[in-house]
Structure formats: C-alpha cells, structure tokens
Design a protein around this ligand. Structure first.
Ligand SMILES: O=C(O)C[C@H]1C=CC(=O)O1
Length: 96
C-alpha cells in the first residue's frame, strides 16, 4: 500500500546543537536505508519549510506506524498520513 506522509520537524529551541546534529544524522541514515529498500519511495523537501512530503510503500497502516515511530526525529515531528490508491487515469500501470 502507498501512503502520502507529510512530516513537519519541530525541534525544541533549547535542544543542544550536538544532540540535534546526532538525531539528524541518524534520521538521514535510516531514511536512506529505507529508500534503498524501496519502502520510502519518495522524499521531497517542502520549499521554505523544515518539512517534507514522502511516499511510503508498505504492507499497511500498522507497518507504516511501526516504521514512522522508529524514526529518530519521530518525537519531534508532526506527521499527517493519507492512504493512496491508483488513479483510474494514471498511465503508470505498475502503481498500486
Ligand atoms: O529533513 C526532514 O524532512 C526530516 C527527515 C526526513 C528525512 C530526513 O533525513 O530527515
């Protein structure tokens, strides 16, 4: 199943920079691992914001929740999820 996910990062202003850098480095490593595995299909920065729009390809909501909740920045993100299904007019036959 595909899910559209919007993540907005809200790090506390008093978080020590070294802690923020460590969280961001771990988040980057995990996101790249999931992208290479095909589970995090798209990752786009929303211009002008510390936020992204992503598309995940997972078995269902439970797997998505497990994956998102393991992200190092999870405690510091507002996350909105929308389930996607194939559009009848899509020319991409392999979209699910
Ligand atoms: O920067 C972000 O949007 C938050 C998060 C998503 C991937 C990553 O490396 O950090």
């Amino acid at each position: 199943m595909l899910f559209h996910v919007q993540m907005t990062v809200r790090l506390p202003h008093d978080m020590p920079p070294a802690k923020a850098d460590e969280l961001k480095a771990r988040e980057k490593a995990m996101s790249q691992e999931l992208q290479r595995a095909g589970r995090w299909r798209h990752l786009w920065r929303i211009a002008g914001r510390y936020a992204n729009v992503s598309v995940f390809d997972v078995s269902g909501p439970a797997e998505l929740h497990e994956l998102l909740s393991q992200l190092p920045l999870f405690p510091y993100m507002d996350i909105e999820v929308q389930a996607l299904c194939r559009h009848a007019s899509s020319v991409h036959e392999d979209d699910r």
